[in-house]
Unconditional design. Structure first.
Length: 122
């Protein structure tokens, strides 16, 4: 899972494995280590009325209503977004392979890019 924080926005991009884990177990998470400190970021789904985020004890937890996550691993929805009551924009989306390969980047666990077209005429 990738995390991007820019201004008052939070964007999480999930791999195939992350989405499958979220759908099947109810959560997925990642950790970023800073020397002897850890930033944990996770997404959980449950009986929440809206998408929301909190930051407590070095853990960013994004909560998502279960009805948004059901079948997300098998359907063509890209993701979900909201702006919470504090003005924080939250975007959760599938992570797609780049249209041009990047050196030193493993994209084997990313979703096929819907904009890529493979044609027998090329």
């Amino acid at each position: 899972m990738k995390l991007r924080i820019q201004g008052n926005s939070l964007r999480l991009r999930l791999s195939l494995t992350d989405v499958a884990e979220l759908v099947k177990t109810g959560q997925t998470s990642s950790t970023c280590n800073f020397m002897d400190h850890h930033l944990i970021y996770k997404i959980i789904h449950g009986t929440f009325s809206d998408i929301s985020a909190e930051f407590i004890h070095n853990i960013i937890t994004v909560s998502v209503p279960s009805n948004l996550v059901i079948n997300w691993d098998t359907d063509d929805r890209t993701g979900f977004e909201t702006t919470d009551i504090n003005g924080l924009y939250i975007l959760i989306e599938k992570d797609f392979q780049c249209l041009k390969p990047r050196i030193h980047e493993d994209e084997s666990d990313l979703f096929p890019n819907p904009q890529s077209t493979i044609s027998s005429h090329d």
